[in-house]
Write a protein that binds this ligand. Structure first.
Ligand code: GLU
Length: 470
């Protein structure tokens, strides 16, 4: 039997498919595709008494065409060099698509966060940060980590604290990591940004009548039947926010199994239920779905895989009955599986676009840290003042007045969260339009190849402007 392709090889295969639509020189394509720096480290951590555990960890900077490099840090027992390289490469393409001016990077520590105590996790995180500092693999202008699978605000706070301890005089030090708690100069809206971005992207994708007609769907998210795999940070927020647009989450799959409810699941209650019961199975009003790929095979309009890579493979692709798949996770569909899905006429909205909301808001956070001021702080009151003046003038001119309530509905200066969400929405809409246009113009059959194409052309442009390539 032929050896299964690795995750990194799969990313390269997707890249090559898109590169064939460009006329760029081979050497330049090679430079864009390959990982620029790979740092593999091993370090000891005392786990109690005289016990020492040797930790394996990575940081990969895929592309230095723009600095700093950017990407999350994953804590998982399955972390390996190939996976981190693949994820770092995806970050490069993702940043280019949404015009976030960074190269791609990713980190990983081979540990099980569920089976490691917070005290040991903190030691590991701090030592990992110190190792990165030693090799110049972290810094606001060098490489800026963020959360990924198995990490969150808490880990980012440890990274920040370690960095600021060792680099105490850096005025821009807070920009060394994103996804921090708001109380430590993080930004409002970052936690839900990836999930929110998925919904903004989907909302744009389903707005084109021509595209929806081809799928036998109506336009708009309202009434769409959605299945979500993974109730982690990304899956939960995507599921929760999509219901605000009138869609129904009819099934959810998690590690312990899957549940179904045609009327739609209340995902907020479901998350609480899982926290107190350790499982989604038995959630009131839902039915358990049994079977190996339970959940993702449910017939639906939109399937959102929001767990890990390699979830839809050649083994289960022919059983997927969704019309649209939005890759909230990185790499959930293998290229062989994708061929099967595309033949079935399924629209696949690729990871490098649809889950870019996280890094987009990370970029806003980094900007906030470098400028040392909260978005909206300087202009909120001024905007309100001008809007009030405008209404006064109109009242005078028309000899009519509006109620206090009407006035307070109209007069509103933008706060940080308003600006973050509108900046995110605008980014997701523009990026989708650029992919859709490239797909049409170059006659590219699928959205992933079109997204890679857009990305490769932008990165090549950056190299061109540096004068490195003609
Ligand atoms: N880990 C996230 C991703 O895969 C976010 C990266 C970031 O914010 O830098 O896109």
């Amino acid at each position: 039997m032929a050896k299964e392709a690795t995750f990194y090889e799969n990313v390269e295969r997707n890249f090559n498919k898109a590169a064939a639509y460009t006329r760029l020189p081979e050497g330049l394509l090679e430079q864009i595709k390959l990982c620029n720096s790979v740092y593999k480290m091993k370090f000891p951590v005392k786990t109690g008494g005289n016990d020492v555990q040797v930790i394996e960890a990575y940081r990969v900077q895929h592309s230095h065409h723009r600095m700093p490099t950017k990407g999350g840090i994953r804590y998982s027992i399955h972390v390996n060099q190939d996976e981190v390289m693949a994820l770092a490469a995806l970050m490069t393409y993702k940043c280019a698509i949404v015009d976030v001016p960074f190269g791609g990077a990713k980190g990983g520590i081979k540990i099980s966060p569920r089976n490691t105590s917070p005290a040991i996790l903190e030691k590991i995180t701090r030592r990992y940060t110190a190792e990165l500092i030693k090799k110049n693999f972290i810094g606001p202008g060098l490489d800026v980590p963020a959360p990924d699978y198995g990490t969150g605000e808490r880990e980012m706070a440890w990274i920040l604290d370690t960095y600021l301890t060792l680099r105490a005089h850096e005025v821009e030090g807070y920009g060394c990591v994103t996804g921090k708690p708001v109380s430590l100069n993080g930004i409002r809206g970052r936690t839900e940004a990836t999930g929110r971005g998925v919904v903004y992207g989907l909302n744009e994708a389903v707005s084109y009548k021509e595209d929806m007609d081809a799928l036998g769907l109506t336009t708009g998210l309202a009434g769409k039947r959605v299945v979500v795999q993974g109730l982690g940070n990304v899956g939960f927020h995507a599921a929760n926010i999509i219901t605000e647009y009138g869609a129904k989450v009819i099934a959810v799959a998690e590690l312990e199994g899957a549940i179904y409810c045609e009327d739609g699941l209340d995902v907020k209650k479901l998350l609480k239920y899982r926290k107190s019961n350790g499982s989604i199975i038995g959630f009131p009003g839902s039915k358990e779905i049994k079977g190996e790929n339970a959940g993702i095979e449910v017939e639906c309009d939109i399937l959102i895989p929001a767990a890990l890579e390699n979830q839809i493979t050649i083994k289960n692709a022919d059983r997927i009955k969704a019309k649209i798949i939005a890759e909230a996770a990185n790499g959930p569909i293998t290229p062989d599986a994708e061929e099967v899905l595309l033949k079935k006429g399924i629209m696949i909205i690729p990871d490098i676009y649809i889950n870019a909301g996280g890094v987009t808001v990370s970029y806003f956070e980094w900007l906030k840290n470098l400028s040392h001021v909260r978005f909206g702080r300087m202009n909120k009151r001024f905007e309100e003042f001008s809007q009030n003046n405008m209404i006064d003038v109109m009242e005078k001119a028309t000899n009519k007045s509006i109620s206090k309530r009407e006035r307070s509905n109209v007069v509103r200066g933008a706060s940080e969260i308003d600006l973050v969400n509108s900046g995110l929405e605008d980014t997701m809409i523009e990026a989708y339009q650029s992919i859709r246009e490239a797909k049409k113009k170059k006659n590219i059959p699928d959205l992933r190849t079109a997204a890679f194409y857009v990305s490769i052309v932008k990165i090549a442009d950056a190299y061109g402007s540096m004068g490195i390539f003609p």
